[in-house]
Design a binder for this molecule. Structure first.
Ligand SMILES: [Zn+2]
Ligand SMILES: [Zn+2]
Length: 386
């Protein structure tokens, strides 16, 4: 097993963090990594365990003092909660952290639903994701870029801090369900006693009712706001790829969990350059004299123009490779190439004089097709491309 990480580092707090700061840090980690939220994700589970252990020690005066003095050795194996009975309900963990009721962060319930979900207690809300398209040129994709994106999202109402009422005295525990959000019904029948739970009608399962709703947000706790988000787009992205900015989507009511901002890449087709994976393909049309006698031609790559040599005797359809002039891979390993395909332009109209020259050339031995073995294999390759 790897060496244990420093508990303060695990929670991301300083050595002189207050109990409240430690609580808050653990709450953040628990929401992020709890197995309820990451089913089947072993890495997240390990992170959750690590955070729970760190919190177990740092939230206990005795253990923290020992840890501060002697490090991990000072705890002599007594660190960390026991997970043999499962990880516990995230809802319960969060409630324990903040003493229940409606102080602190209010009621947290389950996670996972698109809008809200209940897990045994009150409702927790999850903000919806926002999906935006970003159109990028190949030049932008080659270098990576930053884009300012306009979005309109739900944010906590500034007048009531997202609570739906300006004064906390205007938020009351629901009298019907006593704050649980659920109504218990016990039915006695011939087969015995059946207990059923249903969502409380009076509070809509929230466990609390707002008696005097905030005017700004009509009690929803959220307002619509236009915002500009700067998005960093790495080099090498492809059309249809989706980048996720966690927590940058809609905020949720009652300090729930923010949705994500999903950025979908749209590649604007380049007028001259075709993309194939990380390679680029450019077709250069050259003249008959250039193909016959050789020349230097200009090739527009994404990072500028380059002079490229056309060898004397270049066949129409032949391809040269400009190494490293393609696109970088999005994970940063390696770069594609640019392939330049030469097409020889055959004139369609000739002057009398040009015709005379062509007729003379036609009699010349050099102009009679006489492909070598090498040429033949090149023509075969061309044929296979179609
Ligand atoms: Zn109720
Ligand atoms: Zn409000």
């Amino acid at each position: 097993m790897a060496e244990k990480r420093d508990y303060y580092e695990v929670l991301g707090v300083s050595r002189d963090a207050t109990d409240e700061e430690i609580k808050k840090a653990y709450r953040k980690k628990a929401i992020q990594y709890h197995p309820d939220k990451n089913p089947g994700d072993k890495a997240a589970e390990e992170k959750f365990k690590e955070a729970a252990e760190a919190y177990d020690v740092l939230s206990n005066k005795d253990k923290r003092a020992k840890y501060d003095q002697f490090g991990h050795a000072g705890l002599d194996g007594q660190a960390g909660p026991d997970f043999s009975g499962g990880f516990g309900n995230l809802n319960d963990i969060l409630r324990d952290l903040f003493g229940g009721g409606f102080g602190g962060f209010g009621g947290f319930g389950g996670f996972g639903g698109d809008d809200s979900q209940r897990q045994g207690g009150q409702r927790v809300y999850k903000g919806r994701d926002i999906r935006v398209r970003v159109r990028l040129t190949l030049e932008e994709i080659a270098k990576g870029t930053e884009k300012d994106i306009q979005i309109e999202r739900n944010v906590p109402c500034p007048d009531c801090n997202g609570k739906g009422a300006r004064n906390s005295s205007d938020i009351k525990v629901c009298p019907s369900c006593k704050g649980t959000g659920q109504i218990k019904r016990v039915v006695n029948s011939f087969f015995g006693q059946t207990v059923t739970y249903s969502t409380c009608q009076q509070c809509n399962g929230e466990g609390k009712i707002v008696t005097n709703p905030c005017h700004t947000c009509s009690g929803t706790g959220l307002i619509r706001k236009k915002e500009t988000v700067r998005v960093r787009i790495p080099a090498g992205v492809e059309d249809g790829m989706q980048l996720t900015m966690r927590g940058q989507g809609h905020c949720a009511k009652n300090n729930g969990i923010n949705g994500d901002l999903l950025i979908v890449i749209n590649e604007i087709e380049h007028p001259d350059i075709k993309r194939e994976g990380n390679n680029l393909i450019y077709t250069k049309v050259i003249s008959v004299p250039e193909a016959v006698m050789g020349a230097t031609v200009e090739i527009p790559c994404l990072d500028g123009k380059y002079n490229v040599k056309v060898e004397p005797g270049t066949q129409s359809g032949s391809v040269i490779r400009l190494k490293g002039k393609g696109l970088p891979t999005v994970n940063g390993y390696g770069t594609g190439d640019m392939y330049v395909k030469f097409i020889v332009w055959i004139p369609k109209k000739l002057s009398k004089e040009e015709k005379d020259i062509m007729e003379r050339l036609a009699k010349s031995e050099s102009f009679r097709p006489n492909p070598t073995k090498e040429d033949k294999s090149f023509f075969d390759k061309l044929r296979d491309m179609f």
